[in-house]
Design a protein around this ligand. Structure first.
Ligand code: HEC
Length: 98
């Protein structure tokens, strides 16, 4: 148990010291639909997310999670963001909008 805790702490430490890398890492699973730089309309339906501000992206991602945002294909995005916490959403938004 102790070993697991130490491993988790080490991992988390590495993560939080490299926020930029975490954003890139989290975005990998989004790139298939949104393009490597967020430059594509996902499945021909979404906005070009790299042109959105980080605040707009945060509103969208949190809204997909709690059902307050989205258009016809929002169920697809709900599945994408379900496992992300607020900190990860903030890091992702900063990565996409820059
Ligand atoms: C399976 C394809 C797919 C994946 C993977 C995916 N998205 Fe999306 N995304 C979509 C679609 C389709 C929409 C438009 C949904 C709707 O109708 O509201 C969308 C919408 C969005 C929007 C809002 C844009 C708008 O049109 O208002 C943001 C921001 C976004 N996605 C970010 C992400 C992020 C960040 C990830 C990775 C965690 C991700 N997406 C993964 C398909 C995908």
């Amino acid at each position: 148990m102790k070993k697991v805790l130490v491993a988790v702490c080490v991992l988390f430490g590495l993560w939080s010291t490299s926020m930029a890398d975490e954003g890139a890492d989290l975005f990998k699973k989004c790139a298939a639909c949104h393009g490597a730089q967020g430059e594509k309309a996902a499945l021909g339906k979404s906005k070009i997310i790299k042109d959105m501000s980080s605040a707009q992206i945060i509103t969208a991602l949190k809204g997909y999670k709690d059902g307050t945002y989205g258009a016809a294909s929002k169920a697809i995005m709900k599945g994408q963001v379900a496992s992300l916490n607020d900190a990860q959403i903030t890091v992702l938004a900063a990565h996409i909008s820059k």
